[in-house]
Design a protein around this ligand. Sequence first.
Ligand SMILES: Nc1ncnc2c1ncn2[C@@H]1O[C@H](COP(=O)(O)OP(=O)(O)O)[C@@H](O)[C@H]1O
Ligand SMILES: O=C(O)C1=C[C@@H](OP(=O)(O)O)[C@@H](O)[C@H](O)C1
Ligand SMILES: [Mg+2]
Length: 202
Amino acid sequence: MQNRLQNTRGSAPDTALSKQHIFLIGFMAVGKTTLAAELSSRLNRPRVDTDELVVQNAGMDIPNIFRHFGEAHFRRLEHSALAALAKATPSVVSCGGGIVLLPENVALMRSLGIVVRLTATAETIWKRSCESSDRPLLPASTGVERLASIKTMLAEREEQYRAAAELAITTDDRSAGDICAEILSRCTELTVQKASSSQLKA
Ligand SMILES: Nc1ncnc2c1ncn2[C@@H]1O[C@H](COP(=O)(O)OP(=O)(O)O)[C@@H](O)[C@H]1O
Ligand SMILES: O=C(O)C1=C[C@@H](OP(=O)(O)O)[C@@H](O)[C@H](O)C1
Ligand SMILES: [Mg+2]
């Protein structure tokens, strides 16, 4: 089970996939960080979380970065963390939910790997977001005010997530193992398609 891709589809596309980062994008609390850990152990490749890199580089947690320096500063740190991946070993990368807000981040992810969007309903996100309190863009209260804010932000960002992603995978009422299996089989299919269309062009 170390690498399902090698077992399912022959060697050429697997080799192509193994050279690329897999970027997980999507709204806060859809499960990007959780799924990246599971995927990286299935694929036996490194896991990187842009939020964790930002926190390490800033020496400060995310709520404090927002409080002391503001969102624009956080976005610059997030961009630098992402840009550093150009030189990294192909990894599974869980991105902060706002990574798609800068078009240069989207271009960078597309040039370095496969961009997979995880989705969930506002209600699922609301429930999952209540399990921690480190997301400064969500209202501190976990009541219906937070649900309303999630719905508004989801609508505002929908087009950016849609345009950035090459694949979209739902996570509602599903286990991490089940979602991972779908990510792996869909990434393999996409790699096969890309390899055949570039052969046709050659
Ligand atoms: N498939 C899932 N089913 C149930 N809970 C999940 C699932 N994936 C993640 N979670 C939980 O949801 C919360 C947010 O997950 P996280 O991975 O931090 O999301 P993100 O990185 O997208 O913000 C965590 O408490 C996590 O345990
Ligand atoms: O959507 C966003 O703008 C943010 C998402 C967070 O990451 P998660 O998506 O992992 O919660 C974190 O980067 C920051 O709080 C801002
Ligand atoms: Mg995360």
